[in-house]
Write a protein that binds this ligand. Sequence first.
Ligand code: FAD
Length: 307
Amino acid sequence: MLGPVLLAASRSDRIHRIVSRAPVTRPVVDRFIAGNGLPEALEVVDALTADGIEVTLDHLGEDITDAAQARRNRDAYLALLDALGGKGLGGRAEVSVKLSAFGQGLPGGHDLALAGARRVCEAAAAIGTTVTLDMEDHTTVDSTLAILAELRRDFPRTGAVLQAYLSRTEDDARALAVEGSRVRLVKGAYKEPASVAYQSKRDVDLAYARCLRILMAGDGYPMIGSHDPRMIELALRLAERYGRSPDTYEFQMLYGIRDAEQRRLAAAGRRIRAYVPYGADWYGYFMRRLAERPANLAFFLRSFTTR
Ligand code: FAD
């Protein structure tokens, strides 16, 4: 029941100020965010890749309000890719981009975001890696999928995220289950109305299973973005049913969530990638993590009482 309240709070400036200034916040944030800057994020990347876990890095900075911020966010990704290339990590590290951080929500934002993402795709290709476009609230899906189609003409490995809670997603999954297409399937993390999204956990889980079957049966490269043991088990069964070898799909989990399971999958020879967010603009991402799991919220609240 608290989930929708926290999701609403994730877009409130007033609550943002209160949460950011609370002295107990930082240690809890550190569980989910790999530091404020690139050096800390690269340390996390080193530790994960040493354990056989690949990474996708997200420089936090969603929902910006002017074009200068869009340029700064783009430049942060260029610096990130430069650093990953310098460490020879192009084969094991990719980047995830929220198009709202590149100006998608501004007037003329579609073209602005496309230009920024294109520049980042070029830099990624130059070090032998690629970009995945995160998916934000439902009003951005058409624009994001159109940008994906544009980018894939020149950078065919550019990936997209599909959110199983949206009722349109089975159709999108069918359209994207094609040769060369990389799709991360997630349940969905935003507050969406019943007119476009399933509302109950059971319906979302059933939709996830249907979309997963479409992607695993198709010709693309599915990326199973979930911590849910049932979905991981289902993916393994579907891989067997459709004769997929372990290098034709991968699991993805968020940094700081089910770390032991991430290491277990890597040790079992599965491809597993951790989504590693870093940067000072952590508020929206952090609040979505609190909203999706009571245990995460309890961890945050406990830190107030155990100081
Ligand atoms: P849930 O339904 O939250 O949980 C199911 C089960 O998983 C739980 O019962 C429990 O057994 C296990 N579990 C979940 N969390 C934990 C935990 N903290 N500790 C232990 N067990 C746990 N959303 C978007 O809207 N857009 C995106 O672009 C996006 N990108 C993502 C990228 C990645 C790599 C991942 C993993 C998620 C992403 N998400 C994104 C978030 C996603 O939509 C979900 O909100 C989030 O993954 C929670 O859903 P779940 O599938 O893990 O299962």
